[in-house]
Design a protein around this ligand. Structure first.
Ligand SMILES: Nc1ncnc2c1ncn2[C@@H]1O[C@H](COP(=O)(O)OP(=O)(O)OP(=O)(O)O)[C@@H](O)[C@H]1O
Length: 236
């Protein structure tokens, strides 16, 4: 049997709006199995980021059940959710979110410090992650000395260094040119296939969609279509 990565049931998310409220997610149910490479697509405001935030324990649903890696993120305290994110999940954002005063090595090491790993474990894991992404030679550079493609590789190394089962990637190619966007997608697909890491993207980018094997179309906070497709292969 395949391992379930998350299962959302009848999720509603309401935000206060003026005197009333705005419903950003409406009775949404969705699940994902281990090693899937999937994406949320849909018009601006359709609820993609809101949904990623709920799965990532960054926000809580107003109603419904959200089990992520066996844990009920809808009922966690803020502290428990932060701990869960540090231990279990990888995040990749369009702005990379690297810490400017630290080197590439230190940026990638950071999640392992939060996990209180020993120095020897940290060094081994960071070295492996940098090698995986082909950026070992950048270890001592500061983020402001990196190109966009290099910066996003560092962000991916930071996300995979703790070997999470699930990586959430919100518009990861938005700040990259076409060649870098393809390179980054190929790398993530390789990580997905070789390490078995599940990825859930939020994207408007056709280049990202080409690599996905499942596309979940959102509209006005609901799933309009959940489509399996044949992805572009990494060698294309
Ligand atoms: N904190 C908030 N307070 C009020 N409304 C919010 C909040 N966060 C999101 N919304 C609203 O919920 C809806 C969904 O937003 P969300 O950011 O999830 O959309 P999206 O599909 O990710 O859009 P984009 O593609 O532009 O990033 C939008 O109408 C947005 O204005």
């Amino acid at each position: 049997m395949k391992e379930e990565i998350f299962a959302l049931k009848h999720i509603y998310k309401r935000f206060p709006l003026g005197e009333g409220e705005f419903t950003a997610l409406k009775d949404l149910s969705l699940s994902m199995q281990a090693a899937e490479f999937a994406g949320l697509v849909g018009p601006s405001g359709s609820g993609k980021t809101t949904l990623l935030n709920i799965i990532g324990g960054l926000d809580q649903p107003s109603e419904g059940e959200a089990i992520v890696l066996g844990q009920d993120v809808a009922k966690m305290s803020a502290k428990a959710a932060a701990n869960f994110r540090n231990l279990e999940l990888g995040f990749i954002f369009q702005q990379f979110n690297l810490l400017p005063v630290y080197t590439v090595f230190e940026n990638v090491e950071f999640p392992l410090l939060l996990q209180k790993k020993s120095k020897a474990e940290r060094q081994k894991a960071v070295k492996e992650a940098l090698e995986w992404l082909g950026i070992a030679h950048l270890a001592n550079k500061k983020p402001d000395k990196l190109s966009g493609g290099e910066g996003q590789r560092v962000a991916i190394a930071r996300a995979i260094v703790k070997r999470p089962k699930l990586i959430l990637a919100d518009e990861p190619t938005a700040n990259l040119d076409a060649a870098n966007a393809h390179n980054i997608m190929r790398l993530m697909r390789r990580l997905n296939q070789e390490l078995g890491t599940s990825f859930l993207f939020s994207t408007h980018d056709e280049k990202v969609m080409a690599y996905l094997e499942r596309i979940i179309h959102l509209r006005d906070g609901e799933i309009e279509k959940d489509e399996a497709k044949t992805p572009k292969t990494v060698s294309e």
